[in-house]
Ligand binder design. Structure first.
Ligand code: ADP
Ligand code: MG
Ligand code: ZN
Length: 490
């Protein structure tokens, strides 16, 4: 059913800039302070106070725009976006309407199958954040009362708006990961969804597959984690499809995502730009940016994820997807490069596999960030050398790796302490092989009847007895020997 419909998604992502001070005043921009301590007449919008643009916020916004391949507006201005809400002391947000600071950018995402998709960025504008409401209840519709903290009012935000180029929940997730990675490399925000320094509204519609017209969209608010984005999109597209397949029409609406229940509920029918009565901000002069300004900001940009990814593919032969994962965090890339160097340059693919499959998995399980990688490159390479020398089997290496993570000890120490050395003693393994062959006459008959998998089954038995420590090639050789001996006896 759902293959008949194509999903169309555009994201509006708000990112808090990690400037020292707020965007229109000199209050501290800090997360987690006592409520209402970082406030002043400007960010509380007391009468007579005037905003002044924070130069660092402007520079960070341009830096983000350049990192996201945007053009920078040479003449830009601020506008008032009017709406009445308890978290907005002025009754308007200072934002940008017709001349956003950055426009026409893009982000390339790499899918699991190695293909690339380009998601265009329509615009990035600079604005201030509102205060934070704390609802006494599940959400605003269920609360008895709300408290407001104005520490966040006036924190600089950039709003990044994509074109409706995203076609699935998977692509939306990859886009957000990539966006987060680029912004983090650029050093303009810590982009933590869980602390609210990156927030995302999801616009979604569906249309008959093959159609070139867009369907009516709904906008989902309160989508506050990467996994919630995926769940919200899956839910909402099914809701649209169900309406359309019953012959109904989707209404343009703003809806709230309730993650715990896995549903979206109506917040308001969609407002239009007119509802905000945008007009030019009279208290701030327009912003004029020269080519020299832009070149200075561009020159200070660090190497970005796409460049790191290209290096990992070209110099180390990694696949596009593997390279994209390792390049996603600066610390991952450094860890990988160090490990490869320690290993003498030859084991890039093996190191990438361990890093992506084992290391990332345990880090996700433990909720560790990239600055908390629990195994050093030296430790991984030490373990790989034990495999190469035949001291441990590849299978045991997984156990050793887990123990390295738990204890922080080297592979060599763990192998000694736990007696995990590979059994490569012919006499010992042959004795075990003879025992398991003698103890399983039925499988032996299968083998005699020509069943190939029977020998492998005996190897499995040897692995069981030695707790995975038997050298697999040697085990197979000795099983074959034991089977032939048994056959000769009969
Ligand atoms: P508005 O001016 O009403 O806010 P925009 O054109 O700025 O609308 O779009 C807001 C967001 O909605 C953008 O991310 C855009 O990609 C997305 N969007 C627009 N139309 C659709 C649609 N039909 N389906 C899904 N997303 C859409
Ligand atoms: Mg909009
Ligand atoms: Zn202030």
């Amino acid at each position: 059913m759902s293959e008949r419909w194509e999903t169309v998604i555009g994201l509006e992502v708000h990112v808090e800039l990690s400037t020292e001070t707020k965007v229109w005043c000199s209050c501290k921009n800090e997360f987690g302070a006592e409520p209402n301590t970082n406030v002043c007449p400007v960010c509380l919008a007391l009468p007579g106070s005037l905003p002044v643009l924070n130069a660092q916020a402007l520079e960070y916004a341009i830096r983000a725009g350049l990192a996201l391949n945007c053009k920078i507006q040479r003449y830009s201005k601020f506008d008032r976006k009017n709406y009445f809400y308890a978290d907005l002391p002025a009754g308007y947000q200072i934002s940008q309407y017709d001349l956003p600071l950055c426009y026409d950018g893009y982000v390339d995402i790499t899918k699991k199958d190695g293909t690339t998709r380009r998601i265009r960025i329509k615009r990035i504008h600079l604005e201030n954040d509102a205060g934070k409401l704390l609802h006494a209840g599940d959400d605003v519709t269920a609360a008895d009362y709300s408290l407001v903290d104005f520490n966040r009012a006036g924190v600089p935000l950039i709003e990044i708006v994509t074109e409706p180029d995203i076609r699935s929940a998977e692509e939306a997730g990859l886009f957000l990961q990539k966006l987060r990675s680029i912004i983090k490399y650029s050093g303009v925000s810590d982009v933590k969804m869980e602390e609210g320094s990156m927030r995302c509204d999801v616009n979604i519609s569906v249309r008959p597959a093959g159609s070139s017209e867009f369907g009516v969209r709904s906008e989902l608010k309160n989508v506050n984690s990467f996994s919630a984005v995926v769940r919200a999109i899956e839910y909402e597209r099914k809701r649209h499809i169900a309406i359309l397949e019953e012959g109904g029409q989707v209404e343009q609406e703003t809806r709230s995502w309730r993650d715990a229940q896995g549903i979206s509920v109506l917040l308001r029918s969609k407002e239009d730009a007119e509802d905000y009565r945008y007009f030019p901000e009279p208290d701030l002069p327009p912003v004029v940016i020269s080519d020299a300004d832009i070149e200075r900001v561009r020159a200070a940009l660090p190497e970005l994820p796409d460049a790191v990814m290209a290096r990992l593919m070209n110099d180390y032969g990694l696949s596009a997807y593997d390279a994209s994962i390792i390049a996603s965090e600066r610390e991952f890339a450094q860890w990988f490069l160090q490990a490869v160097e320690l290993a003498g340059g030859g084991q890039a693919k093996t190191i990438a596999n361990w890093q992506i499959n084992e290391l990332n998995r345990v880090m996700n399980e433990k909720g560790l960030g990239p600055e908390q990688i629990p195994v050093t490159p030296e430790q991984l390479v030490g373990m790989l050398q034990l495999i190469d020398k035949g001291t441990i089997t590849g299978k045991i290496a997984k156990t050793v790796f887990e123990k390295m993570v738990e204890t922080g000890k080297d592979a060599e120490t763990i192998v000694k302490e736990e007696g995990l050395t590979q059994v490569a003693d012919e006499g010992e393994l042959l004795a075990i092989a003879r025992e398991v062959v003698a103890a399983n006459p039925k499988v032996f008959e299968d083998w005699k009847a020509g069943k190939q998998s029977a020998a492998q089954w005996f190897v499995g038995q040897i692995m069981k007895r030695t707790r995975g420590r038997a050298n697999p090639q040697l085990a197979l050789k000795l099983v074959t020997q034991a089977l032939e001996e048994q056959a000769a006896k009969e």
